[in-house]
Structure formats: structure tokens, C-alpha cells
Design a protein around this ligand. Structure first.
Ligand code: HEC
Length: 213
């Protein structure tokens, strides 16, 4: 093997810190023969290392998520807890329990009255008649249905009333002259709706005589 004088020169020059060119040249284009500076290599290998670390942190450990994604995950958890609470309540609830247990409990009915006065009177009226007194013995109708007229558009069983308040006007219903009720279950815990139903039951002695005490 014959020795290439260029190579000897190149390694000598490199040791001396001088710039060395590769021996070839194409169309006047030449190439440096230098080791890359450490700062450059550091960034290069650092970038290679950076990728698996990020991949692990972001995809495997769920770190560094943007706020929107974190909120979505937490909302999904809240929805799960709410759905579970509703399932648990529905599992121990039926018409008889609502009438004989909940509606007979004065504290439950009082809680229901409080929730009703705070959330429902705008459309169903202070006295549940869906009318508002405007003085001089006159009254005007409100958007909701009367809850004391003995007519139950979506079913007269306590569970029907529970489900209607929880889920609002069914999607396939045209509502009351176009007015639909929202799903209160989105805002209220199941126990709140139990209290509301208990209150409504107690306001209807004719429909629910066994609930009065
Ligand atoms: C923004 C107005 C509005 C508010 C506030 C409102 N409702 Fe309603 N509610 C309605 C309307 C409108 C209907 C009739 C919906 C339909 O016909 O589909 C209705 C229907 C009902 C019915 C069914 C009555 C029947 O005859 O079957 C019940 C029960 C009821 N609401 C309870 C409540 C309770 C409890 C609250 C408070 C948590 C409440 N509503 C708050 C507008 C309202």
C-alpha cells in the first residue's frame, strides 16, 4: 500500500489547527476536511437525545399537555363521576321510593322548595301555576307548564318527572309552543333533582295523596 502524502499533511495540519481541504474538486467546488466544532456536535447529539425524551414525556407519561387538552381530560373525568352518580341514584330510585321515602321527608321537600324558588320560578311561577301575578287580580302566562294542573305532559309517574327534569325536553318533542326546557341534570346533582321531584309531588295532593303527611 503506497502512502498518500496528502493524508500525512492533513493529519499534521489538523493537529496544528490549520484548515485542510479534501483532495477532490468538482466544478471548482471544494470540501473542508475538518472535525466539527464541539458546540455543533453538542447540539446535534442533544437534538437526537431530545426526541426520545420528549416522546416519552408527552406520549407515554402525558406531561407538557396544553391547557385545552388538560381541561378536556378533567372534564371527561367529571362527566364520568356525574354519570356514575346518576346511575347509582337511578339504581335505588323508583316511583314508590320517591313517593314514600323522599316526598314524605320534610327536609327533602324544603330543600326542593329552595332549589325550585332559585331556579324554576321564572318559567313555572312562584306557585307552580306557570302564571305570574301582575296585580289587580291579573296574571300573565310564563313559558313553562303548570305543575299543579293535574296534567303531566311527559308522564305522571314520579320517575317520569325525575327523568324529564334531569334530561329536559326530549329531542323529538316540539316543546310547549316551541319553548323547550333545558336538561337540569347537566347543572344539578341527582339528589337535587330528587328533592325537586319531592317538592313537586307534595304540591299535588290530588295526584299523590299517599305522599302527603
Ligand atoms: C326557561 C324556562 C324554564 C325554567 C327555568 C324551568 N322550566 Fe320546566 N319547563 C319549561 C318548559 C318550556 C316546559 C315544557 C317543555 C315541553 O313541553 O317540552 C317545562 C316543563 C317542565 C316539566 C314537565 C311538566 C309536565 O307537564 O310534564 C317539569 C316537571 C318541569 N318543567 C320542572 C322544572 C323544574 C323543577 C325547574 C327548575 C329546576 C324548571 N322546570 C325550570 C321551562 C322551564
Amino acid at each position: 500500500m503506497s502512502e498518500d502524502p496528502e493524508i500525512k499533511v492533513a493529519s499534521y495540519a489538523k493537529k496544528k489547527g490549520q484548515i485542510v481541504m479534501r483532495p477532490h474538486e468538482y466544478d471548482g467546488i471544494q470540501e473542508y476536511d475538518q472535525t466539527l466544532p464541539n458546540w455543533w456536535l453538542f447540539i446535534f447529539y442533544g437534538a437526537i437525545l431530545f426526541f426520545p425524551l420528549c416522546w416519552l414525556a408527552y406520549y407515554q407519561f402525558g406531561m407538557m399537555r396544553p391547557d385545552g387538552e388538560r381541561v378536556a381530560v378533567q372534564m371527561a373525568q367529571i362527566e364520568k363521576v356525574k354519570a356514575k352518580a346518576l346511575d347509582e341514584m337511578l339504581a335505588k330510585l323508583d316511583d314508590k321510593v320517591l313517593i314514600n321515602k323522599w316526598a314524605k321527608d320534610d327536609q327533602t321537600v324544603a330543600n326542593g322548595r329552595e332549589t325550585f324558588m332559585a331556579n324554576c320560578t321564572a318559567c313555572h311561577g312562584q306557585n307552580l301555576s306557570a302564571r305570574m301575578d301582575i296585580g289587580n287580580g291579573q296574571s300573565v302566562p310564563l313559558p313553562g307548564l303548570s305543575l299543579i294542573d293535574g296534567q303531566w305532559k311527559y308522564g305522571s309517574h314520579p320517575m317520569d318527572i325525575f327523568k324529564l327534569i334531569n334530561a329536559g325536553t326530549p329531542p323529538d318533542s316540539a316543546g310547549n309552543n316551541g319553548a323547550k326546557m333545558e336538561a337540569w341534570g347537566l347543572k344539578m346533582a341527582p339528589i337535587k333533582i330528587v328533592e325537586l321531584v319531592s317538592f313537586i309531588i307534595r304540591q299535588n295532593p290530588k295526584d299523590f295523596p299517599e305522599a302527603q303527611n
